[in-house]
Design a protein around this ligand. Structure first.
Ligand code: SAH
Ligand code: SF4
Length: 396
């Protein structure tokens, strides 16, 4: 594949007013109160703005036609409806889109942090892969994000903001004009049907903000994504798994990648803290688990490391009794990695064993490879480039 052109959209932009886009109901209420909306009107105003922001996706207070002109002006004086700023947008030949986004800088940060969001269209659905942290504190040995230096939790609005921005860019609001480049968008009424927390970061290490964000995403009077179409992927933060199931109630994916503790300790080091047996126990007890609501087990195919037929059989055995789906992920190599992706025949033979055990078409087709949009490559290059390029000291 030839690489798609890199579109520079907003190389540097000055800080602006705080945005109301992405806020939870509580935060929106506080923001309106701070702008002078009287207490007795707050509920009604929150309801109005909620609908304009999350159902219509408006980006200007002027569009809020049932809000008085005075209030619109009052709000516009102090707030914006901005999304995270786009540093670059890339579109793959297969229609996959990747955005490098810049977040607002906090006072202690040397520069604004950057994250990545990826949109993967298929004929009947569109999946948005969103980030929950800048970088990741865990160091899975095959993952590029884990090598990133700068780490902080995203705020709920920064997580919701990724969904809003993607809907802007692919024209996924009611009545919106489609994008100029509408290559391979799904043939469905909504272009973003699924959200997966499989971008940068470990979402269960940012539990409260991710939970608040998914509540906004699933709000029936707003973005209205079904919780059955939201999947949280975790490397295995065992104590938070039951809590997530009870409080957030989304689908769950587990980054398993190995069937014995010795190997998993090496690949997914959090395994030393929460070994496989404890992880499986948490999965068996995941609230709402049934054949209709299975857990997805992700298994990255690493050549000569975890791809033997004995391991395929061990995988099937390990998952027996758990309503499960298996996703075999071809490893995405990155510069400097010591791993290689398994050969295609090896993946097929591994998949045969898994298929024969009753798991359907488990290999995840690589998408967006020409724009490095696949899992594990989400590590904003600018984090490394910027120190040199922008003349900023390297250490935070
Ligand atoms: N931190 C969470 C979610 C983000 S990673 C987690 O680990 O589950 C999303 C998925 O991408 C995980 O299954 C992760 O193991 C996988 N992944 C990471 N690096 C990869 C790579 N280089 N190739 C293929 N998959 C990778
Ligand atoms: Fe973090 Fe997930 Fe990457 Fe592991 S695989 S380093 S948990 S983002």
């Amino acid at each position: 594949m030839t690489a798609a052109p890199l579109v520079k959209i907003a190389p540097e932009m000055p800080a602006t007013k705080p945005s109301l886009a992405g806020l939870t109901r509580d935060r929106l209420k506080l923001a309106l109160a701070a702008a002078g909306v009287p207490e007795k009107q707050l509920r009604m105003r929150v309801g109005q703005l909620w609908s304009w922001i999350y159902v219509r996706g408006v980006t200007s207070f002027d569009d809020m036609t049932d809000v008085s002109k005075d209030l619109r002006r009052q709000l516009a004086d102090v707030y914006a409806l901005d999304r995270p700023e786009i540093v670059s947008e890339q579109i793959s030949v297969d229609g996959t889109r990747k955005w490098l986004l810049r977040l607002a800088k906090r006072s202690h940060e040397a520069r604004p942090p950057e994250i990545e969001t990826v949109y993967i269209p298929e004929s009947d659905r569109g999946t948005l892969c969103i980030s929950s942290q800048v970088g990741c504190t865990l160091n899975c040995s095959f993952c590029h994000t884990g090598t990133q230096r700068l780490v902080r939790n995203l705020e709920a609005e920064e997580i919701v903001g990724q969904i809003m921005l993607a809907r802007d860019r692919i024209g996924d609001w009611p009545g919106a004009k489609g994008p100029d480049d509408d290559r391979l968008l799904p043939n469905a009424e909504r272009k973003i049907t699924n959200v997966v927390l499989m971008g940068m970061g470990e979402p269960l290490y940012n539990f409260d903000n991710v939970k608040a964000a998914m509540d906004v995403a699933a709000d029936g009077d707003g973005l209205s994504l079904s919780k059955r179409r939201i999947t949280l992927s975790t490397s295995g933060v065992v104590p938070e798994i039951p809590r997530w199931g009870e409080e957030a109630d989304t689908m769950l994916a587990i980054s398993l990648h190995a069937t014995n503790d010795a190997l998993r300790d090496e690949l997914v080091p959090i395994n030393k803290k929460y070994p496989i047996a404890e992880l499986m126990e948490a999965c068996r007890n995941y609230p709402g688990l049934s054949n209709a609501r299975r857990i997805t087990f992700e298994y990255v195919m690493l050549k000569g490391v975890n791809d033997s037929l004995a391991e395929a059989r061990a995988l099937v055995k390990l998952l027996s009794g758990i309503p499960a789906k298996i996703n075999l992920i071809p490893f995405n190599p990155w510069p400097g990695t010591r791993y290689e992706c398994s050969d295609w025949e090896t993946i097929e033979r591994f998949a045969d064993v898994v298929n024969r055990a009753g798991y359907a078409s488990p290999v995840r087709t690589p998408r967006g490879r020409d724009i490095l949009a696949a899992c594990g490559q989400l590590r904003s290059e600018s984090q490394r480039l910027s120190a040199k390029d922008r003349n900023i000291p390297a250490s935070p």
